[in-house]
Design a protein around this ligand. Sequence first.
Ligand code: MGD
Ligand code: MGD
Ligand code: MO
Length: 680
Amino acid sequence: MQCSIHVSEDPTARTARAHPGSAGRGKVCAKGIHAPEHTGHHERILFPFLRDGEQVRLVEWEEALCTAAGLIRRTIAQYGPSAVGVYGGGSLTNEAAYLLGKFARVAIRTPNVDYNGRYCMSSAAAAQNLVLGLDRGLTAPLTDIARCAWIWVFGSNLAECQPTLVQYLLEAKAQGATIVVVDPRRTRTADLATEHLAIRPRGDLAFVNALCREIIYNGWFDRDYVERRTSGFCELAAHLEPWTAEAVEGITGIQSERIRELSRAFAQAPSAFILTARGVEQRPDGVETVIACLNLALLTGRVGQEPSGFGCVTGQMNGQGVREHGLKADQLPGYRLIDDPVARAHIASVWNINPGDIPSRGLTAYEMFEAIHRGEIRALFVMASNPVTSSPHAARVREAFAKLDALIAVDLFPTDTTRLAHVVLPAASFLEQEGTLTNLEGRVTYRPQVRELPRHVREDWRILCDLAERLGAGRYFSYTSPEEIFAELARASAGGKADYSGIDYPLLKSGEGVYWPCPSRGHPGTPRPFSERFFTPDGRARLMSVGTWEVFVTHQERPWMLTTGRVVEHYLTGVQTRRTTRLVERVPHAFLEMHPDDALELGVADGERVEVISDVGSVVLPVRRSSRLRRRTVFVPMHWEGGENVNRIVPAILHKISKIPNFKSIPVTIRKCKEEGEPC
Ligand SMILES: Nc1nc2c(c(=O)[nH]1)N[C@H]1C(S)=C(S)[C@@H](COP(=O)(O)OP(=O)(O)OC[C@H]3O[C@@H](n4cnc5c(=O)[nH]c(N)nc54)[C@H](O)[C@@H]3O)O[C@H]1N2
Ligand SMILES: Nc1nc2c(c(=O)[nH]1)N[C@H]1C(S)=C(S)[C@@H](COP(=O)(O)OP(=O)(O)OC[C@H]3O[C@@H](n4cnc5c(=O)[nH]c(N)nc54)[C@H](O)[C@@H]3O)O[C@H]1N2
Ligand SMILES: [Mo]
């Protein structure tokens, strides 16, 4: 298929420059600068098509939509609506995400709707909900970071993953701030810190507990703040008693003396920000580690005081907004819980249906794929995600998808997922559809359409409306623009925690965005939601006792620790960035990073291949030596499909609360491959 789009101007950079008040303050990262290129790539899907076995047939929209609707109807008739799963992604606009949640509940009436953010922000969300009563990326605007005297960075590689936000760290550093990066790898973020702690993988919870213990037992905590604004202090103090700096030294690899010094210096810093990201969240103790970091912030009075705060750095473009408006298995728009009768009644009135017709909570992302294996889910609708590559135990997920009676995928490019789909619908890129986004600060912004839609491509919201109509639910989806959808979303969110009801398009278009909650017209928005009280029933933040010693058992047979993540050049499963010349030229293939001494021991040189074996599979990858890693810890980026996909060896071990998979600490065995082309 040939794409007719001519790529010459750079609308991303132009748009960013026009917004100096945005989070990136007019800066764009390498992926953003080159993004217009991939939207014009010759492999772009520009027509709907149907697949029957090996046969692929380009069709008109009408036939594609009728086929998709027919497959969904047939599944519902035979197995009931719960047999249809819906899976979304964090690159959708607020409008499309809201509509996809509504589509699942109203047009299909399935409880089984979730999205890729389950693999991303769900530990952060669970922890913030438990402790603060609200899941809000950062508790204060980004500009506070630049004004802080101390910044902790736990498991976040900002310099490669959010390069446009590095300016806030640099500004703070220029004014003398202490920046401590905690990461088993010496990342580019660690390079710009004042100190890098090369913690043992999984050591963070013990480390933070020890910091909190020192702060409590030496009386360095903010007594007044703790008394006024928190609950659970005595229980936490008792729980932390055994978590001494000495006791955690072996688990963390950080000397007890240093732990004590850091505790005191941090507690005495006049202002501080604590940041976490996937390095500490995508783990079997991810929720607990974020809770421990929140304890640290609360004991020292950092949440709600200016300039200070806490935050889990959001991943995808609209990772924050998409999780607020009903794309999660247990939530309705405005962060309402789907089990709450009052919430159901409100949403039902906005949707013009009976509260009893809203399904109950459903299965989360990976759980849906296991339900396919059990024959409970028979059809899946995937929009803006590539779960066959991005899910743990990728081979098992692929098997599940191959079993489906119907797979309908909406995407821009061929992916591991669309290659298994029976119906593929071509989606508009971010340049071609307008809508709103919500960033990690809880700031809602307007994104204009800056390019014309290719002729046979449709916007996500329009595809959902068209499909709903063919499913007999057209009257609930009769929108003519994203603005109309936003107006409904705002009404649906009214009274909820993420209240957008005072926001509309003209307001967003006239400025640099509005911080929710914004519950009425003329309301200025809420950049600091916790200044007065927390969103818990008693208004206090909950200090919580977390951490058991049992997670630290090491795997006897698999002595290496694999961690997976990102490089600056590529984005997620690489579908877009592997189609961007300058990015793919820089990093064309997957690789395994290993300490030079480990490489010497194994007898492998740069570029030589090793087999990495876990409990669920193996991959063969070329080695890159790097003294930036701890010994016995190896790193593989996640940006490749097929045989290069690291998720072939990531087992599906889900956190019991958040259901996030453990992408960050996988015990593996590593063997040198004998010769080129030979099995290891
Ligand atoms: N270039 C680029 N940028 C991106 C993305 C991308 O794919 N490419 N994806 C976006 C998305 S969706 C997300 S979620 C974010 C992710 O942003 P980050 O969370 O910052 O990225 P990761 O590379 O997944 O992991 C961060 C760090 O965690 C470290 N880590 C691993 N194990 C541990 C541990 O036990 N303890 C500690 N303290 N650290 C550990 C890793 O070494 C790694 O440097 O990035 C966003 N930005
Ligand atoms: N091993 C390992 N695996 C991981 C992670 C890890 O750290 N390690 N991180 C996890 C995390 S944090 C995340 S967020 C997930 C993400 O994993 P995925 O959800 O698979 O993310 P992408 O690769 O961005 O896939 C998005 C797809 O949507 C398409 N797309 C882009 N924009 C649009 C749009 O506007 N509309 C439509 N319809 N389609 C669009 C793209 O072409 C692409 O195919 O991966 C997770 N998987
Ligand atoms: Mo993510």
